[in-house]
Design a protein around this ligand. Sequence first.
Ligand SMILES: [Zn+2]
Length: 247
Amino acid sequence: MIDETDPYLDWDAAYTLGMLSAAERKEYERHLAHCALCSSGVTSLAGMPGILSMLSPAEALALGDATPALATEEQLRGAEHSPRPLPRASSGRALRPRSRLRMAALGGGAALLLVVGFGAFQLGSGLAQNTVVAGPAPSSAPTATGTPMQAADAAVMTAVLALESKPWGTRLDWQCEYVQTDWPGGAPTFELVMTDRAGTESVLARWTGAGEHAANLAASTDTPSSEISRVEIREVGRPDPLATAEL
Ligand SMILES: [Zn+2]
């Protein structure tokens, strides 16, 4: 049950976003100490500033006056003693600020999805249906370090592979230098194949062997690194590995 008489009911957003004055903040924190409803509101919004900070200025503007950056200069000048229009029960505490924030959350979610989607796209332009991608998309800088993979006798490429254990599984970063750059039949498609300790193979990524090298290749799997026995690079449709890392 929502207590309609609780004047602090909609302060959670302003509090979470750091929009309250010091005095308001103290007052609200005193209230939080004995109001489970408002406390849970704050808890549910705890991740919000981080999400909001991912929005572009234009997107943030679109959220209306829910962010401090949108206060007019006049408001800012008089900020000390002309309180922002904090929603209160007496002033028809509509759901407006709260619903704006919910929208912000949705917008932030969409932005996050876009970021993840873009990252996944970068993993390899031709991710196969059996590609295993788990956890957040790799987004950090390319790793120039790693272990050289064992190249096949008829060397097509040299490759360097790095595995990183993550709470959600394993992140793989690798890069290839192609010995051959002129492919008679067109640039081949390569795939990164992981074999786990049970002998099960999974294709983690596919990419086209265009240019002289491929850097910043990355993929992730929910398989723990300790369960990965071998990682190979193959040309799609050919069983023999071009580069192998035994783990
Ligand atoms: Zn309360």
